[in-house]
Design a binder for this molecule. Structure first.
Ligand SMILES: [Zn+2]
Length: 121
């Protein structure tokens, strides 16, 4: 069905490869209940969850543990042709986001670089 959950990020660790602060961008993840709920990651490491009404509410009540791919478009890197895709792997331990890693580490090594090559060719 292509469902997901929203992730609201208020954490300075979410920065694109060009250094733009991504707080306020609309992140999504497919790695939890996919209930169209909202997971909010705050600066103080507290994660809150609002169930979206779809999927399994029992699943949703379990604390977040393990890794999740969380992605958004950086609106500051956007052009009229594309929106820069930024993806993170966030590792949770009992709802606490203990690790935030951007992947690929440099967007220029990923999709944006490929697109540029195509345009040059
Ligand atoms: Zn950016």
């Amino acid at each position: 069905m292509g469902l997901f959950d929203y992730v609201s990020v208020n954490d300075p660790r979410f920065v694109c490869s060009e250094g733009h602060d991504l707080r306020g961008e609309e992140f999504q993840t497919k790695d939890f209940a996919c209930s169209l709920g909202t997971i909010t990651i705050s600066t103080d490491g507290v994660t809150t969850r609002a169930f979206g009404g779809l999927g399994d509410p029992i699943d949703w009540r379990r604390p977040l543990n393990g890794s999740a791919n969380v992605y958004a478009g950086c609106s500051q890197c956007a052009s009229d042709k594309w929106r820069a895709w930024v993806e993170f792997v966030v590792t949770f331990e009992d709802d606490k986001p203990i690790r935030v890693e951007r992947c690929p580490p440099d967007a220029r090594d990923g999709k944006i670089a490929k697109r540029t090559t195509e345009e040059e060719g």
